[in-house]
Design a protein around this ligand. Structure first.
Ligand SMILES: Cc1ncc(COP(=O)(O)O)c(C=O)c1O
Ligand SMILES: N[C@@H](CCOP(=O)(O)O)C(=O)O
Length: 504
C-alpha cells in the first residue's frame, strides 16, 4: 500500500473512532465531529501541562479589571450570573500565576502541536487553548464542531491593486460551522450549559436575542447537545439564510416586531424570570471562546504580531475578545506587544463611533437605522465599556462606513476572489480610509476580520449587482447580460466584451 493510502486509511479509521484520548464513556455525549485537515505526524510532541499545575477561572466585576482594583467579589463559573453586584459587566479572570508557571515558549509549542489534529477536543481552534479558556471543564462535557482554525488569507490582489499594500490579510472567521465567528464563543457557552445540566442545575434551555448569527450558532450547538434553544429575532431584519438556520436546527423561534435592542431588552427580562440561560455576549463565557481568534492570528503568523487588526463592531463583545486574546499572549510572554485595534461601525448604527468622536466624553445609545450590515444594526451595545477599554489600551481607532462605502468595499473585495459579508465591507472601508489618510502604511502588517460568510448575505449582493439600491450608484456592479439563444448574438456581445477587456 502506498504511504499516502496507508495514511488516508489510518486517518479515516481514527476519525471513525473520533480519536478520543481516553476510554471513558463517550457515547451518551453529543459531539459534532468534523473531518479537519489533519497532516501526517509532523507536529511537535510536547507533554500536556503537569497535573500538579491547577488552572482555574472565575467571574469578577469587569470594572475591577478595567480600573485594576483588587476585588473580593467573584463568582464560580458554575453560578448563573451575568451582572456584578453593582449591576456592571462581568469578566472571566484566569489564575494568571498558575498559567505563568509555564513559559511563553511552552504555550506556543503546546498550541502549535494541537493544530489540525483529531484529538478530542484539542483539534478545535478554541479547545486547543483549553487551559486559557475553560480550564476546569471535563472534556466529556464539551460540545464542539471543531470550530476555529479558520483561514488567514493573504489578500494580495486587493491589497496591491486598491491600497498599495503588500501585507494585508483577511481572517475568515465566517468560514465556519454556522458561517460566523459566533461558533467560537458558542462552543464554550453551550459546553458550560451542558456541564451545568449534568450537575442537575435546573436550566430548561438557552436563549438569545439576535441579528442572525448568534441565533444560528446557539441553535446548532444546542441541537448537537440536545438542549432546547429559544431565539428572539427582530421581525424582517435578518437575512433569509440566517433565519432558516435556527428553524432547521429546531430552535423555538420568536419573530418579534422590534429591533435587536428591543429583543435584547426582552431576553434579559425573560432570563431574569425563567430558568433560561442567556447566550448573548453580555455573558462573558462567550468572549473566552472568541478571544482564541486573536491567539490563532498570532499563531498563523508564527507568533509575529500584526500592526493592525480591524474588527466590525455591533454589540461590541468581539472587539474586547480580540483585545483580551492579544493581551493574554503578551502577559504570558508569547509575544512582546499587541496590535493596534480598529473597530468599524456602519454609519447607520454608530454609537461607538460618535462616542469616540466626542473624545470619549459622552456615550448616547441611539436608534439604529437600517443597514446592509444588518448583523451590526445595534444602537445600544451591551459591551460598550469593554470596547472602550480595549480601544484605549491598544491605541485604537474607531471608523465608520456609509451604506455606499460598505457595499462598494464588499464588491471590490469580491472582485478579487473573496465573497465577503457586508460587515466585512464595513471593516474594509475603515481600512481604506486609514490607508488613504496615511495612518496605515503600505508595509504595515494588517488583518481585517471577516465575521460572517458572504453566502448568508446574497440578497444584498443581488441588489447591488442589479443596481437596485436607492441613492447608491453601485459603481462596481457586474450584472449578467441578457442575450438571445443564437450564435450571432452571443458572438456580438462576446466581441464587445473582449474588445473592452485588457489582457494581463
Ligand atoms: C457578522 C457579524 N459581524 C460583526 C458583528 C459584531 O460583533 P459584536 O457584536 O461582538 O461587536 C456581529 C454581531 O454583532 C455579526 O453577526
Ligand atoms: N450580531 C449578533 C448580535 C448579538 O451579539 P452577541 O454577540 O451579543 O450575541 C447576532 O448575530 O445576533
Amino acid at each position: 500500500m502506498a504511504s499516502s493510502q496507508l495514511y488516508n486509511s489510518l486517518l479515516s479509521s481514527s476519525l471513525l473512532m473520533k480519536s478520543h484520548s481516553t476510554s471513558a464513556v463517550h457515547h451518551h455525549i453529543p459531539k459534532l465531529v468534523i473531518k479537519c485537515n489533519a497532516t501526517p505526524s509532523t507536529v511537535n510532541t510536547i507533554s500536556p501541562p503537569p497535573s500538579t499545575t491547577k488552572f482555574s477561572a472565575k467571574y469578577v466585576p469587569f470594572n475591577s479589571i478595567s480600573t485594576n482594583t483588587p476585588t473580593t467579589e467573584f463568582y464560580s463559573l458554575n453560578e448563573i450570573v451575568y451582572r456584578s453586584h453593582a449591576g456592571g459587566l462581568l469578566d472571566i479572570q484566569h489564575d494568571m500565576e498558575a498559567l505563568k508557571q509555564l513559559d511563553g515558549e511552552y504555550w506556543k509549542t503546546l498550541f502549535d502541536s494541537r493544530i489540525g489534529t483529531t484529538k478530542w477536543p484539542y483539534g478545535s481552534g478554541v479547545w486547543s487553548k483549553k487551559e486559557w479558556v475553560l480550564p476546569e471543564i471535563d472534556n466529556d462535557d464539551i460540545v464542539s464542531a471543531f470550530e476555529g482554525n479558520s483561514n488567514l488569507f493573504w489578500a494580495e490582489r486587493f491589497g496591491k491593486k486598491f491600497l498599495q499594500m503588500n501585507d494585508l490579510w483577511v481572517k475568515h472567521c465566517g468560514i465556519s460551522h454556522t458561517g460566523s465567528f459566533k461558533d467560537l464563543g458558542m462552543t464554550v457557552l453551550v459546553s458550560q450549559v451542558n456541564r451545568l445540566r449534568k450537575m442537575n442545575v435546573p436550566l430548561v434551555g438557552v436563549g438569545c436575542a439576535s441579528t442572525g448569527d448568534t441565533s444560528a450558532a446557539l441553535s446548532a450547538y444546542c441541537a448537537a447537545a440536545n438542549i432546547p434553544s429559544i431565539v428572539f429575532l427582530p421581525a424582517n431584519k435578518i437575512s433569509m439564510a440566517q433565519l432558516v438556520q435556527p428553524i432547521a436546527n429546531g430552535a423555538f423561534v420568536l419573530s418579534i416586531d422590534t429591533d435587536f435592542d428591543g429583543c435584547m431588552k426582552l431576553i434579559r427580562e425573560v432570563t431574569a424570570e425563567l430558568p433560561i440561560y442567556l447566550a448573548n455576549s453580555l455573558n462573558s463565557l462567550r468572549l473566552e471562546g472568541q478571544k482564541t481568534a486573536a491567539i490563532e492570528i498570532l499563531q498563523q503568523f508564527d507568533w509575529k504580531v500584526p500592526d493592525w487588526v480591524i474588527v466590525p463592531g455591533g454589540n461590541l463583545g468581539n472587539i474586547y475578545a480580540f483585545y483580551k486574546g492579544f493581551r493574554m499572549c503578551q502577559e504570558l510572554a508569547l509575544v512582546d506587544r499587541i496590535p493596534r485595534l480598529v473597530c468599524a461601525q456602519a454609519a447607520n448604527a454608530n454609537p461607538l463611533y460618535l462616542y469616540y468622536k466626542s473624545g470619549w466624553k459622552e456615550f448616547t445609545p441611539l436608534k439604529a437605522s437600517t443597514t446592509f450590515a444588518s448583523a451590526i444594526q445595534i444602537g445600544d451595545p451591551v459591551s460598550i465599556d469593554r470596547a472602550v477599554y480595549a480601544l484605549k489600551n491598544s491605541n485604537g481607532i474607531v471608523g465608520e462606513a456609509t451604506e455606499e462605502e460598505l457595499m462598494d468595499a464588499m464588491a471590490l473585495a469580491d472582485s478579487t476572489g473573496m465573497f465577503i459579508c457586508p460587515h466585512t465591507g464595513v471593516a474594509l472601508t475603515a481600512l481604506i480610509k486609514l490607508r488613504n489618510s496615511g495612518i496605515i502604511g503600505p508595509t504595515d502588517k494588517t488583518v481585517v476580520v471577516s465575521t460572517a460568510h458572504g453566502l448568508k448575505f446574497t440578497q444584498s449582493k443581488i441588489d447591488y449587482h442589479s443596481r437596485e439600491i436607492k441613492d447608491i450608484t453601485c459603481k462596481y456592479a457586474n450584472p449578467p447580460v441578457q442575450v438571445k439563444a443564437e450564435f450571432g448574438s452571443v458572438m456580438d456581445v462576446l466581441k464587445k466584451y473582449l474588445s473592452n477587456t485588457r489582457l494581463h
